[in-house]
Design a protein around this ligand. Structure first.
Ligand code: UDP
Ligand code: MG
Length: 315
């Protein structure tokens, strides 16, 4: 019987320290498994020697393919490129820093092959080793986004997952420019098994995520997968119209009964500033959606390739 091919997709940005280690540990696991493997490394415009490390790996192992971007396009673009070029019957997305333990691969493969699942995804049970404030905001983000969007996103979900060819193609069919993979995976559906494990700290090198980057990323998620902020701004508008109407009637009646002492200009000034603020905020929310529509309508490529070692692939 033909052995299945599993593509291991690894987006790498400045990972020269950890890549050889990642390759060694992962190769050791896959060599014990009853399947064929290919490594699809995406060099996301690294500024260190990641690319030359990849060239060396490719020279020693013919299962290693690398694709190098023309600049840094971000991890989402890396995932998309990896899924695009992967030729496997199953695809796996892994971080280069060994925070996604390769020892889970046999169990994942077993679930998709024998238990009838289309995908196996992973989540962290603890956020050990993470700054508490970061965990707090992360928790809040998952609460909010699950309330207001129809993509089901699990708290602590990682990008580490194995997917069938069918689901991979479904993810690739979502050709949007503003990509939020956690949402896309949830949106396409399919039967997904969840494995959880303890948080593992990165084996070497440094994290590429600052607090601001994460905040921007979470707003990206909300705006890409929910229109609720737009509804909220129209409800807020409606609320103020009603309030203004009630206030008008109230002041009109009071004027008729009690005359018109000129007082209350301070509260008036506060009200005007407040409503002005609310208006600007709502225009801003609208602008966020518009900006994304603008980006989508330009149909720019999600990534640009500069170099690859795979024959027949256009650079
Ligand atoms: N990564 C990438 N492009 C980027 C930032 C990160 O390809 O612009 C890769 C990085 O090399 C790693 C993975 O995404 O393989 C996760 O990054 P990191 O470990 O820094 O994130 P964390 O685990 O701290 O959330
Ligand atoms: Mg990491």
């Amino acid at each position: 019987m033909k052995r299945n091919l599993i593509s291991i997709i690894v987006p790498c940005y400045n990972e020269q320290e950890v890549l050889p280690l990642f390759y060694r540990e992962t190769a050791a696991v896959v060599d014990t498994m009853d399947a064929d493997f290919e490594f699809v490394f995406i060099d996301d415009g690294s500024k260190d020697n990641t690319l030359s490390v990849l060239r060396e790996l490719a020279a020693t192992d013919e299962r290693v393919f690398y694709y190098s971007f023309s600049r840094n396009f971000g991890k989402e673009a890396g995932i998309f490129a990896g899924l695009t070029y992967a030729r496997g019957d199953y695809t796996v997305i892994m971080d280069a820093d060994l925070q996604d333990p390769p020892t889970l691969l046999p169990a994942m493969y077993d679930a998709v092959k024998n238990e009838g699942y289309d995908a196996v995804a992973t989540c962290r049970v603890t956020r050990k080793g993470e700054p508490p404030i970061r965990s707090f905001f992360a928790r809040m983000f998952y609460k909010i986004i699950n309330r207001i969007s129809d993509a089901d996103i699990k708290d602590g979900a990682r990008d580490f997952r194995m997917m069938s060819r069918q689901m991979t193609d479904a993810v690739l069919a979502m050709g949007e420019y503003n990509r939020f993979s956690k949402g896309i995976f949830g949106w396409v559906g399919y039967r997904t098994k969840w494995l959880s494990y303890e948080n593992i700290e990165r084996a070497a090198g440094v994290t590429k995520w600052s607090f601001w980057k994460l905040l921007k990323y979470s707003l990206e998620g909300i705006i890409n997968f929910s229109s609720v902020p737009l509804y909220i701004s129209s409800w807020v508008g409606l609320f103020f119209c009603l309030a203004a109407f009630v206030a008008t009637v109230f002041f009109f009646v009071r004027r008729l009964w009690f005359g018109d002492p000129v007082t209350g200009w301070a509260s008036l000034a506060c009200l005007i500033t407040f409503i002005g603020g609310v208006q600007l905020f709502c225009v801003g929310v609208l602008g966020q959606y518009m900006a994304r529509m603008y980006a989508e309508s330009k149909k720019r490529p999600i990534f640009l390739l500069r170099e690859t070692n795979r024959k027949g692939e256009r650079e």
